[in-house]
Design a protein around this ligand. Sequence first.
Ligand SMILES: *[C@@H]1O[C@H](CO)[C@@H](O)[C@H](O)[C@H]1NC(C)=O
Ligand SMILES: *[C@@H]1O[C@H](CO)[C@@H](O)[C@H](O)[C@H]1NC(C)=O
Ligand SMILES: *[C@@H]1O[C@H](CO)[C@@H](O)[C@H](O)[C@H]1NC(C)=O
Ligand SMILES: *[C@@H]1O[C@H](CO)[C@@H](O)[C@H](O)[C@H]1NC(C)=O
Ligand SMILES: *[C@@H]1O[C@H](CO)[C@@H](O)[C@H](O)[C@H]1NC(C)=O
Ligand SMILES: *[C@@H]1O[C@H](CO)[C@@H](O)[C@H](O)[C@H]1NC(C)=O
Length: 370
Amino acid sequence: MERVLGLLLLLLTLAHAFPATPEPCELDEDGVRCVCNFSDPQPNWSSAFLCTGAVDVEFYGGGRSLEHFLKRVDTEADPRQYGDLVKSLPWQRLTVGDARVPAPMLFGVLRMLGYSGLKELTLENLEVTGTTLPPLLEASGPDLNTLRLRNVSWATGGAWLAELQQWLKPGLKVLSIAQAHSFNFSCEQVRVFPALATLDLSENPELGEKGLISALCPSKFPALQVLALRNAGMETPSGVCSALAAASVQLEELDLSHNSLRDTASAPGCDWPSKLNSLNLSFTELEQVPKGLPAKLSVLDLSYNRLDRKPRPDELPKVDKLSLEGNPFLTPEAHSEENNSGVVTAPVHSSLAVGVSGILAVFQGAGLFA
Ligand SMILES: *[C@@H]1O[C@H](CO)[C@@H](O)[C@H](O)[C@H]1NC(C)=O
Ligand SMILES: *[C@@H]1O[C@H](CO)[C@@H](O)[C@H](O)[C@H]1NC(C)=O
Ligand SMILES: *[C@@H]1O[C@H](CO)[C@@H](O)[C@H](O)[C@H]1NC(C)=O
Ligand SMILES: *[C@@H]1O[C@H](CO)[C@@H](O)[C@H](O)[C@H]1NC(C)=O
Ligand SMILES: *[C@@H]1O[C@H](CO)[C@@H](O)[C@H](O)[C@H]1NC(C)=O
Ligand SMILES: *[C@@H]1O[C@H](CO)[C@@H](O)[C@H](O)[C@H]1NC(C)=O
């Protein structure tokens, strides 16, 4: 009993020493990473000053609306008055998330970050409301290397990319857009991304090949080398090829992993980008090597598909590095765990079970259960 009382006393003193609302911002021991989560209804905003010396900074708004701040912030103020302060910030990577932000405020922040050395910006779970006038000076925002957007919605719909682009200096190399709400870009308003080498449109299951055509604004990505389309609703390699051809995009690497791809036996011929040398078709549920792949590749990843037998050389492009791991023809016992034949066998690891599942795999290969 005494011990329980002692514990209770201790807890009470602790509760007194540490107030119920924790400080929203935390700086790590090395002073490199600083994370603020303003999820409290009455957060201490000035806690953010803790982050002025950090390199990696993350601000989360706890899902709140920042609209009422607009009255207090003068977004039209001459940012040069903050210039020296912002220039002194060592921020390299900044993440802003979990909030509803008026467009004038977001772009006001970008304008201010134009004085900083920021290299990477991530926006996630943001709802950008309203619209704003274009900047007086082109590209007055930060000179970013990498811009990542995840689940950002814009009141301006398909015009958002062109609008956001106006604030960025033209050196952007990596652009990633996940869980987008609109890819219906107004391409005539989008300007050229002269240095963009990597475009990542992964994690947009609604995109599809039609959406890809409208997202790949023709001749706006002249330096593109890598296009990632993981889990982006792609259906056939030849459909993707047609979309690339329609946008006359040149590429070296294409990642189509994590889509459920169909083979299209009667697909019309399509010319792949001439420099394409790496194609990732892993985790795409393929049951055979699709027809109409590029004739020659350095890397072809066909791992973790449903290939029942080793592909014949005449079914494959001329390829230096071929990956086939995780296909049922290599692991027959794993195949019997799948339901695609309607035959379900427990993964028993006796030699008999392996033999039986091997026979089932052969039958499936012969199409007997198809
Ligand atoms: C912020 O804090 C809230 C409440 O504790 C939590 O639910 C949320 O996941 C946190 N957000 C981040 C990005 O850590
Ligand atoms: C708010 O944060 C600042 C900076 O960390 C601190 O000095 C101040 O005491 C805090 N105010 C409250 C009410 O906790
Ligand atoms: C996307 O962002 C909105 C806020 O704009 C948030 O309410 C929603 O939960 C987010 N969705 C996901 C899947 O994180
Ligand atoms: C895409 O945007 C164009 C105008 O830029 C509009 O006419 C069209 O209806 C939009 N399509 C969708 C599906 O939103
Ligand atoms: C292909 O994609 C998978 C899954 O996204 C990834 O694990 C793998 O490393 C990629 N292969 C190559 C050759 O990059
Ligand atoms: C396989 O079938 C079992 C029982 O019929 C079912 O519970 C399971 O979800 C199925 N798995 C897949 C991957 O479809």
